[in-house]
Design a protein around this ligand. Structure first.
Ligand code: 3H9
Length: 719
């Protein structure tokens, strides 16, 4: 045993309770060292006749957040062997002939919950969370979780927890029988007292509690009766976790618990776990897990950079974005001033906020009490009078440089020194916006994604003068707001929208070359995108891009092909969902209906423009659209607009509906092989001209046989 696990006796007179404390900060991950040390402690207490009961508890801020995820990479890359894992340890705990009480605070996730279930009893602090989140990493529980959980909570709940991966509260766990007792106050003393109470009772091994998996008394346990549960779970997984293999494997493993003995069920689980672990999907999802944390680390901004206080905010503009941003802050407990230019606009904005909240209440996502409290935090205003009191302002007015500069000039006059002045611009030059103030160091971009209260991504746009304190504060604030903040450099469209331009451009080109609108959307939907590019355009509003294109038309290079079909649709008043027609027609429920007339119209326009019409395969559709993202991403990386490839990927996973199990565009390109991607882009370059010129970085990496992921953090310098 070493520092990772401590074994002690209780301090009461009996001194007959052993306390095993796990200390592997920050989250007590069950690394092989920890598992070995727990096994040694268990062996010792098993032999010690003076010990009547055992309490197993986590030191620090949490119980156990699961197996050490870093170990998986070592196994799949061949640097470590896949052994028996945690299974023998859990059997050893279950076989102890005195009560083992597991005391849970913080999180008991993955291997942490599996270990807890091997104990004879579980007690928990009221704010503890319990779950089997493995599917979110592309794997399934691999230490008996799919076999022990149904024995404790029943088949239906176990399927849900293992296949969907969401945690449950301590209160729910108590109701389900996953936890035996909740302890208010000091967890350890409560657990010791509880363990003494249990010392005289017969021991219950979870693996032998078969009544919920196979007994006739519990209907859920009879295989014929559980069939509908598994069928429904599979159907749900096919729609809600489309394309992912782990949820289906998790369902199979739980189903094995209803048909096989515990030992045989564990063997099925092991096999499925291994298949998932070695899949590309789990590699992509595990990399995304660490990536989400890595993006918070900015090489030139030390961890101890002083943070500015942000306790109150103001939002300028109560349109769709402004209203959503106000909700984001209110949801996180911040008082918000919401400003509009006139009363009718303010009333409209507030009505939309109320409508959005009400629909969340109706769906059971929020309680009425929560909503009432949030609405209290949003104070509608028509003037800047109280702006001197707030710590941060987020401007969310119409996307036009002149208007933004006017607002920032005003903010400069009314805000207190030290206040953060942020713009929600999605494309405009943040430095030019900052030039309207006398404090460009206080100015930064906070680009929320629509709907702001739903989407997790927050692009934080760094101007040349944005101060380190302002950047560090916004990065930390993003976490408080429940967002993933990714720092990006200043250029037109920043990272996300700059890459999305070529992606949607290619989608339109494909339609202009003869692919049907539906076939383009279907190919990318089948690839895993949340929506196809044409449907996405209709949702966002085709007029948005049309207006921007008109503003920037003078920058287009003469002779370089530009898509035109979408502009023509806009000229016909087809702006997308909001006008009932765009690339598709829409019914009153905004359901898309293919419109053969549009396909025909585009074909006519294309022929008139001399574009040859041809059959286009779904493979070409995917390559053209996805490699357009990759090529632009490589330029962004080379220019230092993104720090690392992973930053781009996290943006695409959280803001653009890129399938998480493919890891993001840059990771996807790495998995295809950059030499192959480069060759394909070179082909497109020959066929379609200079828009497809391969990014120099891509060419270099392809020639060197390297990957985007290999460009490490030390090389990351932001423009
Ligand atoms: C599993 O258990 C499989 C089993 O069936 C057994 C199979 C044999 N491992 O998130 P944070 C790091 S699979 C290694 O910022 P928070 C994290 O990278 C596992 N490292 O804190 C970060 O490092 P850094 C199933 C881990 O308070 C630091 O800890 N379990 C692990 O916002 C702090 O993390 C899960 O999927 C880990 N398991 O959130 C749970 N967990 O400081 C994964 C965290 O260097 N973890 N780290 O950037 C979580 O969901 C969150 O970390 C948690 C805390 C909610 C616990």
């Amino acid at each position: 045993m070493d520092d990772l696990v401590q074994l002690a006796r209780d301090k009461d007179k009996g001194k007959d309770v052993a306390i095993i404390t796990i200390n592997n900060p920050p989250v007590n991950a069950l690394s092989p060292g920890v598992a070995k040390a727990i096994a040694q402690a268990i062996e010792q207490v098993s032999k010690d006749v003076a010990i009547k009961a055992v309490v197993l508890i986590g030191g620090g801020r949490t119980f156990i957040a699961g197996a050490d995820i870093k170990e998986f990479g070592k196994i799949t890359s061949g640097k470590a062997q896949r052994g028996a894992g945690l299974l023998p340890l859990l059997l050893q705990i279950e076989d102890v002939r005195k009560p083992v009480v597991v005391a849970i605070h913080g999180s008991a996730f993955g291997g942490g919950l599996e270990l807890a279930m091997a104990g004879h009893y579980r007690v928990a602090a009221p704010n503890a969370q319990l779950g089997q989140p493995e599917v979110k990493l592309g794997i399934i529980p691999g230490a008996g979780g799919t076999q022990r959980l149904p024995r404790l909570v029943g088949v239906a709940k176990a399927v849900e927890m293992c296949a969907e991966g969401n945690p449950i509260s301590a209160q729910e766990a108590l109701k389900l029988g996953l936890v035996d007792h909740l302890i208010e106050g000091d967890l350890l003393s409560g657990a010791i007292a509880f363990s003494r109470d249990m010392a005289a009772r017969p021991l219950r091994k979870t693996r032998e509690r078969n009544e919920r998996v196979r007994s006739d008394k519990d209907k859920l346990g009879v295989p014929e009766q559980t069939a509908p549960v598994f069928a429904a779970a599979r159907e749900k997984a096919h729609t809600k976790q489309r394309g992912m293999m782990a949820p289906l494997a998790a369902i199979d493993a739980v189903e094995a618990a209803t048909r096989l003995s515990f030992e045989e069920g564990c063997r099925v689980e092991q096999k499925l776990f291994g298949e998932c672990l070695f899949s590309d999907q789990s590699k992509a999802l595990i990399r995304a897990f660490f990536g989400e944390r890595e993006v918070a680390k900015i090489p030139d901004i030390p961890k101890d950079t002083a943070l500015l206080p942000v306790n109150s905010v103001a939002v300028v503009g109560a349109g769709t974005m402004g209203g959503g941003i106000a909700m984001v802050f209110a949801n996180a407990g911040f008082p918000v001033l919401l400003k509009e230019a006139d009363q009718p606009a303010l009333d409209r904005g507030l009505a939309t906020i109320q409508k959005n909240y009400q629909s969340s209440v109706k769906r059971g996502r929020l309680t009425q009490q929560f909503v009432d409290e949030r609405l209290q935090l949003i104070q509608p205003v028509l003037s800047y009078d109280d702006f001197g009191k707030v710590d941060m302002v987020v401007e969310a007015v119409f996307e036009g440089m002149e208007l933004k500069k006017e607002v920032f000039g005003q903010l400069d006059r009314v805000c207190r020194p030290g206040a953060i002045l942020a713009s929600n611009t999605s494309t405009l030059d943040i430095e030019e916006i900052a030039s309207a103030t006398s404090r460009s160091d206080a100015v930064i971009g906070t680009h929320f994604f629509s709907p702001a209260n739903v989407m997790r991504l927050l692009e934080i746009v760094r101007g040349k003068s944005s101060s380190k304190e302002v950047i560090a504060t916004c990065m930390q604030l993003s976490k408080k707001l429940g967002k993933v903040g990714v720092l990006v450099g200043n250029c037109r469209g920043f990272v996300g929208n700059r890459m999305f331009g070529p992606y949607r451009r290619e989608a339109q080109f494909l339609v202009e070359e003869g692919a049907s609108i539906e076939s383009v959307d279907k190919a990318l939907f089948d690839f895993g995108m949340a929506m196809g590019p044409m449907a996405t355009g209709d949702l966002a509003g085709l007029d948005v891009g049309w207006r921007i294109r008109k503003e920037y038309r003078h920058l287009e290079k003469p002779g370089v092909r530009q898509p035109f079909a979408e502009d023509r649709l806009c000229e016909l008043g087809r702006y997308g969902q909001k006008t009932g027609a765009g690339w598709y027609k829409y019914d009153e429920n905004r359901r898309a209906i293919p419109d053969p007339e549009v396909n025909e119209m585009v074909r006519r326009w294309a022929r008139a423009a001399g574009i040859t019409q041809r059959e286009i395969s779904s493979e070409e559709i995917v390559d053209r659209c996805i490699y357009a993202l990759v090529n632009e991403g490589a330029r962004i990386l080379e220019e230092g607009i993104a720090l690392r490839a992973v930053d781009i990927d996290i943006i695409y996973l959280n803001g653009y509906g890129f399938p998480a199990y493919r890891g993001g565009p840059m990771w996807y390109a790495d998995t295809v092989g950059l030499d192959k991607v480069y060759r394909r882009i070179s082909e497109f370059h020959k066929q379609h001209g200079e828009l497809w010129e391969p990014a120099p970085l891509l060419k270099r990496l392809a020639e060197e046989g390297r990957t985007f992921a290999e460009l490490n953090r030390e090389q990351a310098v932001m423009a």
